[in-house]
Design a protein around this ligand. Structure first.
Ligand code: AMP
Ligand code: ZN
Length: 469
């Protein structure tokens, strides 16, 4: 049984898919105007882990992660400049060139972090028609209205508009925005934009398309979509009107996801999402890692400092998605060392594959199925390594766990370490026995003896890690 903490109900619920063993999963993807920082990748990695846990539970996952390449303004609430335009100006390029460049970097980074390839990676600019159709439907059903400057969603008409965040409409100033458009015809400050006409402060918009909507200030309804309608239209196209799971960063609860629900349910007349999952942020000194704070590091910077993408993935695995995780270089260094030790232990198990241990597999399944508690799954590794099992069975069980972890244990086996000679192994084992008896003096003597024979021994959570000097 898979349990999920559903943001919509704030309860831990048993997962039931709408269709047999199929799961439809949508994760809000990056706005591709700049290199994504490792905070963004924490969310992306957790999307990957959640997909893997569903697969480990024998579900077929239809996984959509979009690219936002138009319409996301510098504030999530319809204020400021289009992020893609900002990127284009910064680099003296077109928004399309910017999108190509940053999708390329994102995909390379995603691969380095061993994120599974989604089933669909739709780009917003490739789905303008689906968006205008949905907006038209909202107008026809009287959930939306046009002014000279934009088409707005009329929030007071949505059923239980703020139910995801639990805010009151008048408190939901975060959902309001668009104040800088100075639109006197906007009916309620909380109404949000579905379509921006190429007029007013957006009259010089670089990306624009004709639309069926009418404004006296533009011809052919020329303009561009709002960010929220993009996810509603693309999720519908690839996954249908009702999705099993929708995921995104925690800051999307009061604005972006609240608006997605309002648009989709009003247009489709069907429930939008059964289970909402929100991941907490990666922080630096307790604050969200962000470009604007000057605390954002890219994967390239991580690599430049000598850390591997896999060490970062291992670091992400150590904190539950609903907890904040604080980033420090020391913590990443500890993760890199920890992973190296783990890889060494795996190499010591040989290359022969035995049987998956049922008890450990069940314990693991239970852990990761409890609201995706991957850190608890990780804690089973040292237990397994110390357990009285044949090496080949340990290896088979670890490879089974790795279907969720994605730490490439299998690849480690093809980089075998020189085998540790038996006499050294014996000394290490005796030293372990001495340590268990708290006979530290004897254990230290054995360490010196091991070192004199050309080997080091380091004590890790996975057991003693022995290396040739
Ligand atoms: P953006 O490119 O700004 O649309 O952001 C892409 C995704 O990264 C969003 O889903 C955000 O929730 C997420 N995100 C941004 N900063 C962080 C952070 N510090 N930790 C975790 N996720 C983040
Ligand atoms: Zn979205």
């Amino acid at each position: 049984m898979l349990k999920i903490k559903n943001t919509l109900t704030n309860e831990l619920e048993e997962f039931k898919s709408t269709k047999n063993n199929r799961v439809t999963f949508y994760q809000c993807g990056p706005t591709v105007y700049w290199t994504q920082h490792i905070g963004n990748f924490r969310g992306m990695t957790w999307g990957d882990l959640i997909v893997r846990v569903f697969q480990f539970n024998d579900y077929d996952v239809v996984h959509v992660r979009n690219y936002t390449d138009v319409g996301h303004l510098t504030s999530d609430t319809d204020e400021g400049e289009d992020k893609m335009e900002k990127g284009a100006k910064r680099e003296n390029a077109t928004p399309q060139e910017i999108a190509e460049k940053y999708i390329g970097i994102f995909e390379e980074d995603a691969k380095a972090l061993n994120l599974l390839e989604p089933s669909f990676k739709p780009r917003a600019t490739g789905h303008i028609q689906e968006m205008t159709e949905m907006i038209q439907e909202l107008i026809d059903k009287d959930f939306a209205y046009s002014t000279d400057l934009a088409v707005y969603f009329e929030t007071s008409k949505a059923k239980d508009y703020t139910r995801l965040s639990g805010q009151k409409l008048e408190e939901n100033i975060a959902g309001a925005g668009s104040g800088d458009m100075n639109d006197p015809a906007k009916r309620n400050p909380a109404d949000f934009v579905l379509w921006f006409f190429k007029a007013g402060k957006h009259k010089n918009a670089l990306q624009h398309w004709p639309s069926p909507f009418k404004s006296p200030l533009v011809e052919n309804g020329e303009g561009f979509p709002g960010w929220h309608i993009e996810c509603s239209a693309m999720s519908k196209k690839y996954l249908g009107e009702t999705l099993d799971v929708h995921m995104g960063g925690i800051e999307h609860i009061p604005v972006h996801h609240t608006n997605e629900i309002a648009q989709s349910e009003s247009a489709n007349g069907a429930p939008f999402v059964k289970y909402w999952i929100h991941n907490e942020h990666l922080t630096v000194d307790g604050q969200k890692m962000a470009k604007s704070e000057g605390t954002a590091f890219s994967l390239a910077e991580i690599k430049e400092k000598g850390f591997s993408p896999m060490a970062l993935r291992y670091f992400f695995l150590q904190a539950h998605y609903r907890s904040k995780q604080n980033f420090t270089w020391e913590a990443l260094g500890a993760a890199q060392n920890g992973l190296e030790h783990l890889y060494n232990q795996i190499r010591q198990l040989g290359t022969e594959l035995g049987d998956i241990d049922d008890d450990f597999r069940n314990k693991f399944l239970e852990a990761v199925s409890d609201d995706f508690n991957v850190p608890q799954g990780l804690a089973l590794i040292p237990e397994l390594l110390k357990f009285d099992l044949k090496n080949e069975d340990k290896l088979a069980t670890l490879l089974e766990f790795d279907k969720v972890f994605g730490l490439e244990f299998k690849a480690v086996l093809s980089q075998p370490q020189e085998p540790i000679p038996d006499p050294i192994k014996k000394l290490v084992q005796t030293r372990e026995e001495m340590r268990k008896k708290k006979n530290w003096a004897e254990a230290d003597k054995l360490r010196v003896q091991i070192e004199q024979l050309g080997y080091t021994v380091e004590d890790t959570i996975y057991g003693p890690d022995v290396k040739k000097i």
